[in-house]
Write a new protein. Structure first.
Length: 97
C-alpha cells in the first residue's frame, strides 16, 4: 500500500534533546528522514522533517529576562510538503496534561 504521513504540531514541555524524535519513534511514528530514530530515507525529503516554528525560553538564573523567537517553515520543507498528496485534514487539537 501507499505510505501515509502526518504533519504534527508538538509542544514539548521540557527542552530535552531529541524529545520529539524519541517519543514519536517510541510510539511507532518516527519522523520522515530520521535514520537515527527509525525513520526512512524519502526521495521527497532530503533531511529530518523537523522544524522549531516557535521557541520560548523563560527567565533563567543567569538572565533577567526570557527570550522568544518564531520562524517560518524553511523552503526545503515547504517543497517536501508540496511533493505529497493531501488525503485528509483533521481539526486542530491539543493534548493538555
Amino acid at each position: 500500500g501507499k505510505k501515509r504521513y502526518s504533519l504534527v504540531s508538538a509542544s514539548p514541555i521540557t527542552g530535552r534533546t531529541h524529545q520529539i524524535r524519541s517519543h514519536l519513534a517510541h510510539v511507532g511514528h518516527p519522523l520522515a528522514g530520521d535514520l537515527q530514530y527509525g525513520g526512512k530515507e524519502e526521495p521527497w525529503c532530503t533531511r529530518v522533517f523537523l522544524h522549531a516554528a516557535h521557541v520560548k525560553l523563560d527567565q533563567f538564573e543567569l538572565w533577567n529576562y526570557g527570550i522568544e523567537a518564531s520562524a517560518p517553515l524553511p523552503l526545503d520543507l515547504q517543497d517536501a510538503l508540496k511533493a505529497l498528496l493531501l488525503v485528509h485534514t483533521a481539526p486542530n487539537f491539543s493534548v493538555e496534561q
